[in-house]
Design a protein around this ligand. Sequence first.
Ligand SMILES: NC(=O)c1ccc[n+]([C@@H]2O[C@H](COP(=O)([O-])OP(=O)(O)OC[C@H]3O[C@@H](n4cnc5c(N)ncnc54)[C@H](OP(=O)(O)O)[C@@H]3O)[C@@H](O)[C@H]2O)c1
Length: 354
Amino acid sequence: MSVSDTTTSGSAIRGLTPTPTTNGPTTMRAIQFTRYGQPTVLETVELPRPEAGPGEALVRVAGTTFNPVDATLRAGFLAEVFPVDLPHVPGIDVSGTVIAVGEGVSLDLVGRDVVAFLPMTRPGASAEYAIVPAELIAAAPQSIPLADAAALASSGLTAWQAVVEHADVRAGQRVLVNGAGGGVGGIAVQLAAAAGATVIATASARSRDAVAARGAAQVIDYTATPVVDAVSEPVDVVVNLVRTSPEETATLVSLVKPGGVFVSTTTPGVAPAGTDVRAVSLFVRSDAAQLARLVQLVDSGDLRVDVSARYPLEELASVHRLGEAGELRGKVVLTPSRDSDGDRERNGDGGDPR
Ligand SMILES: NC(=O)c1ccc[n+]([C@@H]2O[C@H](COP(=O)([O-])OP(=O)(O)OC[C@H]3O[C@@H](n4cnc5c(N)ncnc54)[C@H](OP(=O)(O)O)[C@@H]3O)[C@@H](O)[C@H]2O)c1
């Protein structure tokens, strides 16, 4: 059950007795998979539109994204770590407009443009509507299209937790971002450069200019030169965003100065015995306060979100194929189709699609 501004106007009311329904469509278009497998398991379906339960918001989705973990989840490789109920609607990033809230959530949220990183095991945002725990929500940036804001969520939080939280990058440090051409890397480079560090980044030709424009002082083409040969002196921090072999990982760790930090989102590093190098394996967590800080940086012009492509949601299977083939760079944003949005608008859903 949920409450919406169609039934109660305006004020912030907590713990309001829920009203039975919201206006608008009772179904929604979504992408789901009913079994693990190749991208072909992703199918477009019509599902009942969910209702916001206690502590939740119903969001009319403007954008979601592709992340490498989406493909791994779909293939079934993470079934034990992230057990999802099948059928499962994928998509861990969401931006959109709150159209209703459940019990205990402020009505002030209704009508707001928001962004969130969703729990991995819950139904995701590859749909016209998504349920979002209210505690995970941050206000969306005002300065970029609402759909693109989805690209900030899990990637921005991963970069923040690597660069700011775990590595605590400071002015004057040298930071190596391995895998800077991807969604996390583009933001990690900017956060490290903004902290005053000298950023060394690995990227291939297609991402070189974007990575340099985001603040990397040196860009190493990993397709031409092994990173270890190109890094002339030790670094304070390595942020590893590439699925490296144990040997490659050890080589990257060896580039870290005494007292420095190796943070990996992929292959774990092992700190050399007898040193004070730290090796951190990062598992990103949803954090609305950190996301709000990232949003502020976007709106102050201090952080750019590198959206490399936008696709209709119905092309999610193709996007998964491209992602698995290594043919994507930056962030890819997917949007529910406008035709269907228009139909639903006329059905009285309200909201303001950008
Ligand atoms: N542990 C966690 O909580 C967590 C959270 C988020 C992400 N991750 C993982 O972290 C990794 C990065 O995530 P992402 O979203 O940024 O991925 P992504 O957007 O898919 O990264 C794609 C980029 O990887 C770059 N790349 C591929 N092979 C490379 C290599 N050998 N050396 C340097 N760069 C290479 C490519 O750069 P070019 O365009 O320059 O070729 C490509 O643009 C993924 O493995 C993801 O699963 C983990």
